[in-house]
Design a protein around this ligand. Structure first.
Ligand SMILES: [Zn+2]
Length: 301
């Protein structure tokens, strides 16, 4: 049940970093800052910036689907106890704003990592007038997420600002190296092979930055099956583009991708990760990007 829009209008105005002076929970002296976020990917980024200074909780578990997640009563409690809330926005995890309402945590600082981010060029989402929310799959954009996480932690916990600054700088340096590594690895794929089909539309920023073309996606909106017409159009596109591989994603059922594979003769070669971390070795954001790049290079080269 969704409450009337007017009740939530105020929440939608909570843009990034409106945090100043409105912490809802008192800080335990010396204790880590309690940060709650939506996905394990952002939890990993926050842990890299915060280190021992933070205790991070991801509401969506590893291998979970953030798009279709339904918050549990324990999530409401975690949000109520949080000193900082971090989400992506742009439709990826907007259910968090309802959880915040249910937790009466509207005064807790909330950071929307992808909203009003300077220096990015957004790509369109599935619905007219929306934007694709998966900015973090472009590593250079992930560095901008790190800037924002750093600023939020410094604001919530000023005595440790220097610690956050140092850890964020070290992490950004690693991400810059990762960005260069991905670029170099994708460059080893013959140009005519740099085309792919993915399960849901999580890769357009990655593809744009690293020089790949997304021929199609199996599911426009996670949680919804495509229409017969959508599937037929995608099958035609796959055949016409001579893609070498269709990539399924670990957190989604493989049924639809298998259907595309059998209709086109193209093999499903690998599981990609995007919105959620997985099992070893895909247990960090950096590992997700490395893993996906490995799968793409192996399959397309
Ligand atoms: Zn997604």
């Amino acid at each position: 049940m969704r409450p009337p829009a007017s009740r939530w209008a105020g929440l939608s105005l909570i843009a990034a970093l409106v945090a100043t002076g409105c912490q809802g929970t008192s800080t335990e002296p010396g204790g880590p800052i309690r940060v709650v976020t939506t996905t394990t990917v952002f939890a990993d980024m926050i842990a890299n910036v915060g280190g021992d200074l933070v205790h991070v909780t991801s509401l969506v578990p590893r291998n979970g689907d953030v798009h279709t997640y339904a918050a549990k009563p324990s999530d409401v409690q975690a949000v109520a106890d949080a000193q900082l809330l971090v989400m992506n926005g742009l439709g990826l995890d907007d259910w968090l704003t309802r959880t915040i309402g249910n937790a009466s945590a509207a005064g807790t600082p909330l950071v929307k990592l992808a909203v009003d981010l300077r220096g990015v060029t957004l790509l369109p989402g599935e619905e007219p007038g929306t934007q694709n929310p998966h900015l973090f799959m472009d590593v250079a954009y992930a560095e901008l997420y790190v800037d924002r996480i750093e600023a939020a932690l410094e604001r919530v916990d000023p005595p440790h600002a220097e610690g956050y600054r140092q850890q964020a700088t070290a992490y950004r340096n690693r991400l810059a190296a990762l960005d260069a590594e991905v670029r170099a690895r994708v460059a080893t794929i013959p140009r005519q092979n740099r085309r792919l089909v993915t399960f849901h539309d999580a890769f357009p920023y990655y593809a744009r930055e690293y020089g790949l073309t997304i021929v199609g996606v199996a599911v426009e909106a996670p949680g919804q099956d495509p229409s017969a017409g959508d599937t037929a159009r995608l099958i035609d596109a796959i055949k016409a583009a001579h893609v070498k591989a269709i990539f399924s994603e670990a957190q989604f059922p493989p049924r639809l991708v298998d259907q595309l594979a059998s209709a086109t003769g193209v093999t499903v070669v690998a599981d990609l990760y995007d919105d959620a971390l997985g099992d070893d070795p895909v247990t960090s954001y950096e590992a997700v990007i490395r893993w996906d790049t490995d799968q793409l290079v192996k399959a397309l080269r």
